[in-house]
Design a protein around this ligand. Structure first.
Ligand code: IMP
Ligand code: MG
Length: 189
């Protein structure tokens, strides 16, 4: 039998690890929003085969949930960029660190991003994807964090809009931490 001190220690560790996290979106709220956006995408792309391009690393959980709620055939690939150092705002310098492997020529492409802040990363990715000659490119973001927007980019599908703050969990990280949390939290800095 596990003794009380074990559970006390575990609770203590949790408190020490996560004191700065404030609940933002619960599991069922995330799920409802993902299902709703998936239905919109499925009805807009009926009879078309869509290529989902996930933006590494943050979008991997969102992409995997989203694609399982789409009622249409999809192919997936990932693009990798680095723009964030270890802080909470962009360094402004964006580098392509993983290119697309599959042929996008004349394909309908949907970029799947975790969160759009200034929009500079997404603008860079869309510019890169355009060079691969797709038929169409649209954008789907889990979170549209709009207050600091600098690039004029259109987010065709957004699950949730938020003005500001730094969010973690459900794939989103702070210094590579918290991605594994099943819910989304606001980080108190
Ligand atoms: P942008 O270029 O300023 O739009 O930054 C977009 C990228 O920064 C996203 O792909 C995220 O990886 C990261 N990012 C921006 N805001 C947050 C946040 O609140 N939490 C976690 N990552 C963020
Ligand atoms: Mg990202």
């Amino acid at each position: 039998m596990l003794c009380f001190s074990y559970w006390a220690e575990l609770a203590n560790r949790q408190l020490r690890i996560m004191p700065e996290l404030i609940s933002f979106l619960k599991k069922n709220e995330i799920n409802n929003k993902v299902v709703q956006v998936a239905h919109r995408i499925s009805s807009d792309y009926q009879h078309q085969e869509l290529v989902l391009i996930g933006v590494l690393k943050g979008a991997f959980i969102f992409l995997s949930d989203l694609m399982r709620h789409l009622g249409i055939p999809v192919k997936i690939d990932f693009v990798g960029v680095s723009s964030y150092g270890s802080g909470t705002s962009s360094t402004g310098t964006i580098k392509l660190i993983k290119k697309i492997d599959i042929d996008l020529t004349n394909r309908d492409v949907l970029v799947v991003e975790d969160i759009v802040d200034t929009g500079l990363t997404l603008a860079y990715i869309v510019d890169y994807l355009k060079t691969l000659n797709p038929k169409t490119i649209k954008v789907c973001a889990l979170l549209d964090k709009y207050e600091r927007r600098e690039a004029a980019i259109k987010i065709d599908y957004a699950c949730h809009r938020v003005a500001e703050g730094f969010l973690v969990g459900y794939g989103l990280d702070y210094n590579e931490n918290y991605r594994e949390l099943p819910e989304i939290y606001r980080l108190k800095l």
